[in-house]
Design a protein around this ligand. Structure first.
Ligand code: ZN
Length: 325
């Protein structure tokens, strides 16, 4: 366990003493196998509850298959280590319920059983390579063929697609190189993951949009115009994807406003509003209309925004300024 500090738990989202942990779960299904890694900053309560769930699942469902018989003790030992080291974390009020006392009492048998199983299995099967777990913050799960190594990262619902983090890096790099065709290819891959409602794809899209916002802020509108068009073509598979796409469009609209393209900014903001209404989309739409000299329409857009998002300070400020004229 790395040093503990006060931070946000990646599992329950609470502010509590946290440290970095990795817990693993294996389910053996004779011909297939499901391996789940959970790693990231966790509070003690979440280590306890994850440890309890994973240990119970491993103990009851982990063993069915040749590779599983090896992967399961690895998972049990790793989880036991995480549990032991997490004892250094102070419990915090408001964290999840602590571990069941009977399980604590039964704990010392776990490593003994694991080592016993490993010794027996070492005699009958070759040990698979143990990959370093991917540095993910939340859960990733996948179904692997039983003859696979235990910890190769892959997306949930799409075992045949390549992992999503690679394409998103490709998009960014090809845009940096000014190669929109390559970027289009990478975004197409992302689209395929999104259409399959792969949670990793939502995350990759969020990463991409964050980068888009940052680079647009630096005035790289031209290089990203292609990406923006492609972004609009990505499937609206989940609410998260819609919200991210809208966020990207708002960033584009802002950049266009800066570049004196108010009509373009208006279109982008309207597209964003259609995807996922937000105060910032209404704000930019009003700004775009005002920049085109349509003061009444601008005020109407800000007012509409304020009706839907009554607490938005920027919308309030815009309307106040309009009324002062
Ligand atoms: Zn927690």
């Amino acid at each position: 366990m790395a040093d503990a500090f006060n931070g946000t738990c990646s599992q329950c989202g609470r502010d509590a003493p946290v440290a970095s942990f990795t817990l693993m779960r294996n389910i053996g299904m004779l011909v297939a196998r499901q391996w789940t890694n959970t790693s990231g900053l966790m509070c003690r309560g979440c280590v306890d509850s994850t440890f309890t769930r994973y240990t119970l699942v491993c103990l009851f469902f982990g063993w069915w298959g040749m590779i599983s018989a090896i992967a399961t003790p690895i998972a049990l030992l790793a989880n036991f280590w995480a549990f032991l080291t997490s004892r250094r974390l102070p419990t915090a009020d408001g964290t999840r319920a602590s571990i069941a006392p009977w399980l604590v009492a039964a704990l010392p048998t776990v490593p003994v059983a694991c080592i016993g199983a490993l010794v027996v299995l070492a005699a009958v099967a070759p040990t698979p390579p143990r990959d370093t777990p991917a540095p993910v913050v939340t859960e990733t799960a996948y179904d692997a063929p039983e003859d696979d190594a235990p910890a190769a990262p892959a997306p949930v619902a799409s075992p045949k697609l390549p992992p999503i983090t690679a394409p998103i890096g490709e998009v960014a790099r090809s845009l940096d190189r000014g190669d929109p065709e390559e970027a289009a290819d990478a975004l197409k891959k992302l689209g395929a993951h999104l259409a399959r409602k792969d949670p990793a794809a939502d995350k990759a899209l969020a990463t991409f949009v964050t980068r888009l916002e940052r680079d647009l802020g630096k005035g790289q509108l031209v290089a990203y115009e292609q990406a923006i068009k492609m972004l609009q073509e990505l499937p609206n598979a989940t609410d998260a994807a819609r919200a991210q796409k809208a966020k990207g469009l708002i960033a584009v609209a802002r950049a266009r406003l800066r570049d004196q393209d108010a009509a373009g900014a208006q279109l982008d903001s309207e597209a964003a509003l259609e995807l996922a209404p937000s105060a910032s989309a209404w704000l930019v739409k009003g700004d775009a209309l005002a920049a085109q000299g349509q003061r009444e329409d601008a005020a109407a857009a800000w007012q509409h925004g304020l009706d839907d998002f009554p607490n938005d300070a920027q919308l309030k400020a815009r309307l106040k300024k309009t009324k002062a004229r």
